[in-house]
Ligand binder design. Sequence first.
Ligand code: ZN
Length: 285
Amino acid sequence: MIVLGALVAFFPAAQACRAATPEVMAWCDALEKRLKSVDARFCQQQNLHPDKRRSVGGHPLMMLDAAPAKSASARRPVRILLIGGLHGDELTSVSIVFRWLRFLDEPLSRAHHWRIAPLANPDGLFARPPKRMNGNGVDLNRNFPTPDWAQNALPYWQRRTQKDPRRFPGNKAMSEPETQWLCAEIDAFKPDVIISVHAPYGVLDYDGAAPPPPHRLGRLNLNQLGVYPGSLGNFGGIFRDIPVVTIELTNATTMPSPEEQRRIWNDMLGWIQERLVHPESGPGH
Ligand SMILES: [Zn+2]
């Protein structure tokens, strides 16, 4: 016991190296089986926590927290919520978030406070074949509680999408545990920016009045796609006044090159540094 106590005292940051719970171990193993790009051991070393809710299909809803060390800066860190896999058949949107986790230890990344949901729609990803929707057949990116939801979401789905089952918004806003979970995270964490990764449109979308959007991340150019009832961009960017950067990778099943993965990340951090880190702001800003 004396030896253990000494070790804990000597490594105050040992929390990050603690053993993963059986639930995290199993989730990471399942993810490695589904996506060959994910390394289960690396996944198990991350600071992942399951929400009290589960997906409709019973999968854990995992969030990673990476806060800067208290002494890192006098400034209030920028809070970033990064979301992959809101659509379960966009496999690269999960894989690239796991690649980016390897960059979290770099100085520019470490200055920020991250909450990361690498896989927001586990039902969709673990389905065979993977599907866009969750276990209830709901497009989660149409289920966020935007003020126009009650009036517009179902009519939009019926008339504009001809009842496309891939775009069903649910029977009411925030009917799904996955959207309840993400909304609760937004309320609790109060992110300064939300970054949501999708595929395969090969563009960059942006919702929010300020700051000015990034014009280019890697090879992805800004091309604002429009606003949909119940989308995360509409909810965060327009209703909650939290800028939402939507990264649409070019392919849902083939990853961008390692160089392009790195360029998108660097450009994203460059934009955050330029637009969201305020040198004049002190603690408590
Ligand atoms: Zn998508």
